[in-house]
Design a binder for this molecule. Structure first.
Ligand SMILES: *[C@@H]1O[C@H](CO)[C@@H](O)[C@H](O)[C@H]1NC(C)=O
Ligand SMILES: *[C@@H]1O[C@H](CO)[C@@H](O)[C@H](O)[C@H]1NC(C)=O
Ligand SMILES: *[C@@H]1O[C@H](CO)[C@@H](O)[C@H](O)[C@H]1NC(C)=O
Length: 500
C-alpha cells in the first residue's frame, strides 16, 4: 500500500517536473550559449596564448626564445584585477562598477582586467529566472565593446561613429584590456610576491570624495605595485561589518554626489567612456529594432547619433512599488550617474517639503512623512497622469531652451523603456497620445519580438535611449544614471537629460 502510494506520488512528481520543464523551454527556449562571443573574446590580439608563458621564475617569457617577454609594451605598469567584482545583480550595477574599476586601472597606468557578467555561481549551467532559463555567465563582449571589454574602437574622429573621444594620453590607445581568463594564464595564483601584489579594499581610509579616493589608490598601486606584473584588489561582499566587508565602489559610493559627480568628467575624458561602444551583437539588434519600431528607415546603414524629436522615458515598475516606499522612509537620495554635474531636477528634501506643502489646498496640517512620501512616489513611481504632466513639462522646456541654431527638433515621439505590464503601458500610451505624442512600440511588443535575447535586451533599450534627442529618467535607478553618462559621453547636451 505504502509502496503503491510512493509510486504514484513519484509518477505525479515526474509528470509535474516534465511539464514544468516543457513550459519553461517552450516559453524561453534554451538560452543562447555565447560560445561564439567567448571565442572572439579569447582571440583578441592582446591575448598572446601561443606567444608567451609564465617561466619558472615567474617572469613572462617568449615561448620560442625562452627570453623575458617585454609585457610593458602591452600592459604599461602591469595588470589590475578586481576578482571580487559584483555578481548576481542587474547589468547596470555591474556596468557602473566596471566603468569605475576600469578608470582606476587607467589612472594607475595599468591594464584593466575585465570579467564575465555573472548572474549565478550555481553549479548548473543555467538558472531559472522569470519562468525562463538564463545563462549564469555571459561574456562581457556580448554586451559591450571598447576599452572596458578589450576591443579596439574605430577612429575616434569619426562623428558618425559611436565614439567621440578626446584621449589626452596617446599611450592609452595601446593598452588593451584583457579578460580574466587570460589574466589567470599570465598571472597564476602561484606567482611569488615578486610578480604579484594583493591589496584589500578594507585597508583604505574613508574618503570624502572620489578624487581623493582614486588618488590614494592609484598612488598605492603605483608605489607598492612597482615592477609587479599582477595586482589584485580584494573586496568584501558588502555585508560583513567593518573592513572585511568593504567594497571599493559600493552603494555608499554610488549614493554620494561627492563620489559620483567628479567621476563623470574623468570617465568621459579617459578611454573608459571615450572609447566606449556597445557590442556588435547589441548594435545589430539596435539597428534592426530602430527600423522595426519606425525611428529609422530600413535603408539606413548606420544609426544616427540623434533620433530627432524622440524623447526616451525610463519607467521602472515591478519591484519599485516596494522599493520607492522604502526610499521615502529612509529619505534616500539618488543613485549613480544621475548625480553628474549639470543634470537638472536633483533631489532636495527641504525644497521637496516646501513644494509638497504648497500643493496642499488649505496648507494646513500635512505631516512631514506624508509630504515626503508624496514627493518620492511622484519621482520614483509616477502615476499615469504624473507621467503625462512631466512629459509635457519636458517638451515645453525643450522648446523653450533650444538654441535656434543648434540641431533642435520639437519633441513629438516617445519611446517607453519599462518593465511594466503591457496593459499598463497601453493605458499610458493612450494618455500620452491624447496629448499629441506619438508613442513608438507602445507595449514594447515589437522590441520583445525582435530581441528574444533576454540578457542583452536591456542594452538595446539603453542604446536607443542614448540616441534619443532627450531623455527623462528616474534618478533612483542605476539604469537611468548609466544612460545619462553615456549620453554625456557621446556628446548630447547635459540639459537633454531630465529626471522625474
Ligand atoms: C566613418 O564611419 C562611417 C561608417 O562606419 C564610414 O563609412 C566612414 O568612412 C568613416 N569616416 C572616416 C573618416 O573614418
Ligand atoms: C582635447 O584635448 C586637448 C589637449 O589634450 C585640448 O587642447 C582640446 O581642447 C581638447 N578638445 C576637446 C574638444 O575637448
Ligand atoms: C535645497 O533647497 C533649499 C530651499 O530651497 C536651499 O536653501 C538649499 O540651498 C538647497 N540645497 C542644495 C544642496 O541645493
Amino acid at each position: 500500500m505504502r509502496r503503491r502510494l510512493a509510486q504514484s506520488l513519484g509518477l505525479v512528481l515526474t509528470t509535474v517536473l516534465v511539464s514544468l520543464t516543457c513550459a519553461v523551454l517552450g516559453w524561453g527556449g534554451i538560452p543562447r550559449s555565447y560560445e561564439d562571443i567567448r571565442r572572439l573574446e579569447s582571440a583578441l590580439p592582446q591575448h598572446r596564448w601561443e606567444e608567451v608563458r609564465v617561466g619558472t621564475n615567474g617572469e613572462l617569457v617568449d615561448v620560442e626564445t625562452g627570453k623575458r617577454f617585454d609585457w610593458e609594451e602591452d600592459a604599461g605598469a602591469g595588470y589590475l584585477r578586481f576578482p571580487d567584482h559584483i555578481w548576481g545583480h542587474g547589468f547596470n550595477n555591474v556596468f557602473e562598477e566596471a566603468l569605475s574599476a576600469a578608470l582606476l586601472a587607467h589612472l594607475s597606468d595599468r591594464t584593466y582586467v575585465f570579467e564575465d557578467y555573472v548572474w549565478s555561481h550555481s553549479p548548473l549551467p543555467y538558472t531559472l529566472y522569470n519562468f525562463a532559463l538564463r545563462q549564469k555567465r555571459v561574456p562581457l563582449n556580448a554586451f559591450v565593446s571598447g576599452f572596458i571589454a578589450g576591443e579596439k574602437v574605430h577612429s575616434p574622429s569619426n562623428t558618425t561613429d559611436h565614439v567621440r573621444a578626446n584621449i589626452s594620453n596617446p599611450l592609452a590607445f595601446r593598452r588593451l584590456s584583457i579578460s580574466a581568463h587570460y589574466y589567470d594564464y599570465v598571472c597564476p595564483s602561484t606567482l611569488s610576491v615578486d610578480h604579484r601584489l594583493v591589496l584589500f579594499a578594507g585597508d583604505a581610509p574613508t574618503f570624502k570624495d572620489s578624487s581623493s579616493q582614486l588618488e590614494w589608490w592609484s598612488d598605492r598601486i603605483k608605489v607598492l605595485g612597482k615592477g609587479k606584473r599582477c595586482v589584485e584588489i580584494r573586496e568584501g561582499d558588502g555585508n560583513a561589518p567593518g573592513p572585511a566587508g568593504r567594497r571599493m565602489f559600493d552603494n555608499h559610493f554610488f549614493g554620494s554626489r561627492e563620489h559620483v559627480a567628479p567621476l563623470v568628467p574623468k570617465l568621459i575624458e579617459s578611454p573608459v567612456l571615450g572609447q566606449f561602444s556597445w557590442s556588435p551583437l547589441v548594435e545589430d539588434a539596435v539597428k534592426r529594432t530602430a527600423a522595426a519600431i519606425g525611428i529609422t528607415s530600413e535603408s539606413d546603414d548606420t544609426m544616427p547619433h540623434t533620433v530627432p524629436g524622440l524623447l526616451a522615458v525610463h519607467l521602472r515598475r515591478g519591484d519599485y512599488s516596494r522599493h520607492c516606499a522604502r526610499l521615502s522612509l529612509w529619505e534616500s537620495n539618488f543613485m549613480g550617474f544621475a548625480y553628474a554635474d549639470g543634470v537638472m531636477d536633483q533631489l532636495n528634501i527641504t525644497q521637496a517639503l516646501q513644494e509638497e506643502r504648497e500643493h496642499i489646498e488649505d496648507g494646513a496640517t500635512v505631516d512631514r512623512r506624508k509630504a515626503l512620501e508624496q514627493h518620492y512616489m511622484k519621482r520614483c513611481l509616477p502615476s499615469i497622469p504624473q507621467i503625462v504632466q512631466r512629459a509635457r513639462e519636458v517638451r515645453e522646456y525643450w522648446a523653450h531652451m533650444a538654441h535656434p541654431s543648434a540641431s533642435y527638433t520639437p519633441l513629438t515621439r516617445i519611446l517607453l523603456l519599462s518593465n511594466g505590464w503591457p496593459a499598463w503601458l497601453l493605458e499610458l500610451s493612450d494618455a500620452l497620445e491624447k496629448e499629441g505624442w506619438e508613442v513608438v512600440d507602445p507595449d514594447a511588443g515589437i522590441r520583445k519580438g525582435i530581441g528574444k535575447m533576454q540578457d542583452i535586451d536591456v542594452a538595446v533599450d539603453m542604446a536607443l535611449a542614448e540616441r534619443a534627442e532627450a531623455f527623462l529618467g528616474n534618478g533612483f535607478s542605476t539604469l537611468t544614471g548609466n544612460i545619462v553618462v553615456l549620453r554625456m559621453a557621446s556628446g548630447h547636451e547635459v540639459e537633454s537629460n531630465r529626471l522625474f
